[in-house]
Design a protein around this ligand. Structure first.
Ligand code: PMP
Length: 401
């Protein structure tokens, strides 16, 4: 059995009591004290609005808010902070592209390529966009071990495809996409490509410039930061050409009743008072994660996945889903037991997992299951959590055996 790399961060997380195995980080990560403190300090000591204030406190807050954007840019390898739009989360980022970019670029007869393992938030916005203009959606199948089948996708892509949108890491299976290859296939037919980085950004180094994609989205709350804020990164020339999304304060250049002109990106896409404190919390989260190092986090989670797959795989009635080298996420079923019952029984042993369709109903159908049980790891987990998981699932098999 492999042992986890020595990450010892549990004490940084005030909301994880001793003996509680929190294995639902793919849904949302717990927050380190430094993030809690950054948020408390922002509301309790330094709070003011941004961008409009003429007084010092507001000017200072504006500097802090824009410093958060710069931190995001260096963290994901963006060419400039102006390429990073603050949104409510990945869902909003994808909807923004679907409404602003796709509304302008897609026409009847065009096609969008998705994959069978996408989260609903990387399916439904494209269906809505496609329906509006009469475009069609194609779905790349999966390999037998649960990766997006890029060979099959290559054979399906045509010059009618204007957009490819894929998850970097599956929130159900943990399978990791070969983004560079997906980018080259998309660009080979002249399509743009959006990558849903919700599950990759917390788990592996991401450099959007090196990956070569056109749009990249992620949510702060899965990266140990606050809810209600996320990032849409876009190539500057694409953002520049996109019309605004919501109208209101901050997104304008000049307003008259005769005509309004719009601000340049990213401000054009940030109408209204932003989630100021959320941005500061995200900044603290990135500092926290970067200090540990994403290569170390990746190694740590890879070891936990290996341990979990070994332990669960040794139980007769357990079916493991997804590839052996999945990133931080292990989905499984137990023969004859509904995943909700697995989750409820594990909770009695103080092991918190997710059970359900994980907002990926088409994937459930492709796997031939109604739901799965999913354990997902974070920096605070250790081998003892995996032991508790395996013991708990053993108990499930005894109860239902
Ligand atoms: N994509 C993936 C792969 C996800 O895991 C999630 C969250 N479960 C989302 C998109 C949506 O993220 P959010 O709800 O934070 O907008």
């Amino acid at each position: 059995m492999s042992s986890a790399a020595p990450l010892d961060t549990l004490a940084d997380f005030p909301a994880i009591p001793a003996g509680w195995a929190y294995l639902d980080t793919a849904a949302t990560a717990q927050k380190p004290q430094v993030v809690v403190e950054a948020i408390t300090r922002a509301y309790g000591e330094t709070y003011a609005t941004v961008h409009r204030g003429v007084y010092q406190r507001s000017a200072d807050m504006t500097v802090a808010y824009e410093a958060a954007r710069r931190r995001v840019a260096t963290f994901i390898g963006a060419g400039s902070p102006d390429e990073c739009v603050f949104v409510r989360g990945a869902t909003e980022g994808i909807n923004l592209v679907a409404q602003c970019w796709a509304a302008q670029q897609l026409k009847a007869g065009d096609r969008i390529m998705l994959s069978m393992l996408e989260h609903h938030s990387n399916i439904v916005p494209w269906q809505m966009a496609a329906e509006r203009v009469g475009a069609a959606i194609d779905v790349a199948p999966l390999t037998s071990d649960g990766r997006i089948d890029l060979d099959a996708m290559a054979a399906m892509l045509t010059e009618r495809h204007k957009l490819v949108a894929l998850a970097h890491v599956s929130n159900v299976l943990g399978s990791v996409l070969d983004v560079e290859r997906a980018v080259s296939l998309a660009h080979g037919v002249g399509a743009k490509i959006l990558i849903d980085g919700c599950q990759s950004v917390p788990r592996m180094p991401v450099d959007v410039t090196a990956l070569g994609c056109d749009f990249y989205v992620f949510s702060a709350h899965k990266l140990y930061g606050p809810t209600g804020i996320g990032v849409l990164w876009g190539r500057p020339e694409l953002l520049e050409a996109m019309p605004p999304w919501q109208g209101g304060g901050s997104m304008i250049d000049r307003v008259t009743f005769a005509k309004t002109t719009y601000a340049a990106p990213p401000g054009r896409f940030e109408a209204g008072t932003p989630h100021i404190v959320g941005a500061l919390g995200l900044h603290a989260a990135i500092d926290y994660v970067d200090a540990i190092g994403l290569p170390a986090i990746h190694a740590h989670e890879t070891a936990l996945v290996a341990q979990a797959r070994d332990g669960l795989g040794s139980l007769n009635s357990v079916r493991l889903l997804g590839p052996a080298d999945s990133a931080g996420i292990v989905s499984f079923t137990v023969e004859g037991v509904h995943p909700h019952d697995i989750g409820t029984i594990l909770d009695e042993s103080r092991v918190a997992i997710r059970a359900g369709h994980h907002c990926a109903q088409p994937l459930m159908e492709a796997l031939g299951v109604e739901a799965t049980a999913r354990a997902s790891f974070g920096v605070y987990n250790g081998p003892a959590d995996v032991d508790a998981l395996v013991k708990g699932v053993e108990r499930v098999t005894r109860i239902f055996g």
